[in-house]
Design a protein around this ligand. Structure first.
Ligand SMILES: Cc1ncc(COP(=O)(O)O)c(C=O)c1O
Length: 247
């Protein structure tokens, strides 16, 4: 039987408390964490979590869906940024973000990968990828061959973050291409997203159950293909929206 326990966001004391409680009681204790958190854009303290996992003999799994191609000197995600190459047992990610396709991947030991091939419900009896999946291979190559795109993305991220902060927006502690603007209200979310769209800016509403009711927010993503003019336009629109909705 699988027992699950969630811990408060990035609370290392809570990680330690729960790992201590679980140590020695189960055949496997697996800590599952996002590298870049999908709704806040902030990062997991991966090195510190990995130290705790080793201390209490737990395995560590990182979903770096939003980190790959964005974080780390060569785009290898939070593991590269934290130099945690030897500290993580399973890495998962998706091809639907940086790689511009669909599907996902697991990187793990040969033994673990073989186990998943036969035990993972998502894998067993599912059709193999289409030839279009070759675009993923190309995208992986491009991360190494054309690092310019990552530089552009990082410049765009810095520019947009500074712009939103200058407007006095509450964007939390994002350190990635994800920009949340908290409203705390799903009705407000709907009204603001509609108003943004009327002015040519597309943004996602993030409501319960993706986040708790009180944490409703509007989420935007910056890409390498945004030009300064796009970002300036979005910031100008946000300036109006902020006044209009009293954010
Ligand atoms: C952290 C994280 N992992 C995995 C996924 C799944 O990605 P997909 O939509 O490609 O299945 C998402 C989706 O946004 C995500 O945010």
């Amino acid at each position: 039987m699988v027992k699950r326990k969630t811990v408060p966001h990035n609370d290392l004391d809570s990680y330690e408390h729960n790992l201590k409680l679980a140590a020695g009681k189960y055949p496997l204790v697996l800590v599952v964490v996002d590298g870049v958190y999908s709704q806040d854009g902030d990062l997991a303290p991966l090195k510190e979590i990995s130290v705790l996992c080793k201390k209490y003999s737990a395995k560590l799994m990182v979903d770096d869906a939003h980190g790959t191609g964005v974080i780390g000197k060569t785009g290898r995600g939070l593991i590269e940024a934290c130099d945690a190459w030897n500290d993580v047992d399973l890495v998962t990610g998706t091809f639907s973000k940086t790689f511009g396709h669909v599907g996902g991947y697991v990187v793990a030991s040969e033994e673990m990968v073989n186990y998943l091939k036969y035990q993972s419900k998502q894998h067993l009896f599912s059709a193999s990828s289409t030839p279009a999946a070759m675009s993923i291979i190309k995208a992986i190559e491009l991360i190494d061959e054309e690092p310019l795109w990552m530089d552009i993305l990082r410049n765009n991220i810095d520019y947009f973050r500074r712009g939103l902060l200058n407007l006095g927006m509450n964007i939390g502690n994002t350190q990635s291409a994800i920009f949340p603007v908290r409203t705390g209200d799903k009705i407000k979310n709907a009204k603001i997203c509609y108003a943004l769209q009327q002015k040519g800016v597309y943004a996602n509403q993030i409501n319960y159950p993706a986040v708790s009711l009180k944490d409703a927010r509007i989420r935007m993503g910056v890409t390498a293909l945004h030009e300064r003019a796009h970002l300036d336009e979005a910031l100008n629109v946000w300036s109006d929206i902020k006044k209009q909705f009293g954010l």
